[in-house]
Design a binder for this molecule. Structure first.
Ligand code: GLU
Ligand code: MG
Length: 454
């Protein structure tokens, strides 16, 4: 960080009367972790970072430490905060957060840094003239506690105005806090589940969109808590209710960010040859990709047919049961609003790893000029097709368990090479460890240990 940037961050923190600044990162299990510096040490910490044991990136969802080469209790990485992410917390005004890169002591990005993985993928895309705009679309439940039990805050229905009434004060505070942190709001509605909400935010350049996702989770969780409620981002917090998705919308723009390269007015669905190559790449890597976008044990409870979370390897126009949806664009801003939506994704994922994986898979499609399989294009509900019809169309179930997805990832050299050895090895080790722990326990244990983690 340059001296001028350091001085600016210190000035902003002092002016706001902040006493603690948290340096956050998102670990390999999608959990936001961090260490904080007192304001008196801020300037020094901004240049030297805060040391964390390398073992932290080998820790699973239950803090179970895995044996991973280069990630033992000896050795540290440094949390080096990005000055662009400095944000005074509207819900805790004496605090600020910054999102961090993980650096090695030699002042290089550490190989296992998830944020650096996304940066590397984006840099590769830029070499062929592509810059990404991304919007993540997290869903979440607003709940209260009845004794030890989390319960939905209401019994409202999909898009129901009753649900809006119940949650009004909380949602208004969330909107205000997101805007105060520079995050624009798109839409708001109540979702299918009782007490389930979707407040979508504006698209942003890819790295910023992943950063925004973490700031969003912090904001929603903290503001709900200040209202005596608990916001759950778990993929399936209530087994008998809809899951929480975190759909990823993305489009590729040219160098000067004026032209959406996914748009082609001559195509029936307004998408370009480049976008079709992207679809081709994503469909090719899809079974492995879900290990990056749906990484928790609880993710696979969500990915079931008939719940709009998607469960099959197919793509289609405005199809909410398809893994890749081609959303119809907006009247009057056709070029700007054209995008692809990746749906088998949830908020238990590390947003840098999930997004980096989706773009790396798409780029492989571009490099190899892949065309998506025509029979996997679908404008009907795949869950209504018979086994034979699905097989004829070469449409298959997405992995049905964390173990299956992890095995797919292990066999996908494009994705593991993009991640790099240390990030891929630690990520896979943690996924396997989680599978070992949770597969020996009951459903209640799984739900309880995902409910309030993200
Ligand atoms: N809740 C659904 C999911 O798990 C998505 C519903 C929708 O927004 O289409 O992804
Ligand atoms: Mg939704």
């Amino acid at each position: 960080m340059r001296e001028i940037e350091r001085a600016e961050v210190v000035r902003k923190a002092m002016d706001a009367g902040v006493h603690l600044v948290s340096f956050f990162w998102c670990d390999n299990g999608g959990i936001i972790r961090g260490k904080s510096t007192h304001i008196t040490g801020l300037e020094t910490r901004l240049s030297s970072g805060i040391g964390v044991t390398k073992a932290m990136q080998a820790m699973g969802d239950m803090d179970e430490l895995q044996v991973v080469e280069g990630m033992g209790p000896a050795g540290e990485f440094r949390l080096m905060p990005d000055p662009d992410t400095f944000s005074v917390l509207p819900y805790a005004p004496k605090r600020a957060l910054m999102l961090s890169d993980l650096m090695s002591r030699s002042r290089e990005p550490w190989e296992a840094c998830p944020r650096d993985f996304l940066k590397r993928v984006l840099a590769k895309a830029e070499t062929i003239g592509l810059k990404f705009q991304v919007a993540m679309e997290p869903e979440w439940y607003l709940t209260t506690k009845d004794g030890d039990e989390f319960v939905p805050c209401d019994e409202s229905l999909d898009n129901s105005s009753v649900g809006i009434t119940f949650a009004q004060d909380v949602v208004d505070d969330i909107i205000e806090a997101l805007e105060a942190q520079g995050i624009g709001i798109e839409q708001y509605h109540t979702e299918v589940g009782h007490g389930q909400h979707e407040l979508s935010i504006r698209h942003a350049p890819a790295l910023k969109a992943a950063d925004n996702h973490l700031i969003y989770r912090e904001t929603v969780r903290n503001i709900a808590y200040r209202h005596g409620m608990y916001a759950s981002f778990a993929p399936k917090p209530f087994p008998d209710q809809a899951g929480n998705g975190n759909h990823i919308h993305f489009s590729a723009w040219d160098d000067d960010e004026q032209t959406n390269l996914f748009f082609d007015s001559d195509d029936e669905y307004s998408i370009s040859e480049l976008a079709y190559h992207f679809i081709g790449g994503i469909m090719e890597h899809l079974p492995a990709l879900v290990a990056l976008t749906c990484p928790s044990m609880n993710s696979y409870r969500r990915l079931s047919p008939g719940s709009w979370s998607t469960a099959y390897t197919c793509y289609g126009p405005d199809n909410r049961e398809a893994a890749l949806r081609i959303p119809s664009n907006f009247w009057g801003s056709e070029m700007a609003s054209t995008n692809l939506e990746f749906r088998p994704s949830d908020s238990s994922a590390n947003p840098y790893i999930a997004l980096g994986g989706v773009i790396a898979a798409g780029l492989d499609g571009v490099e190899r000029q892949l065309q998506p399989c025509e029979t996997q294009w679908i404008d009907v509900d795949p869950t209504r097709l018979t086994e034979e019809e699905l097989a004829e169309r070469d449409i298959h179930r997405l992995p049905t368990s964390l173990l299956e997805a992890t095995q797919e990832l292990e066999n996908d050299t494009i994705l593991t090479e993009a991640l790099g050895t240390m990030l891929a090895d630690s990520y896979i080790a943690i996924r396997r460890a989680d599978w070992e722990i949770f597969s020996q326990q009951n459903d209640e244990f799984e739900i309880r240990n995902h409910f309030y983690k993200y």
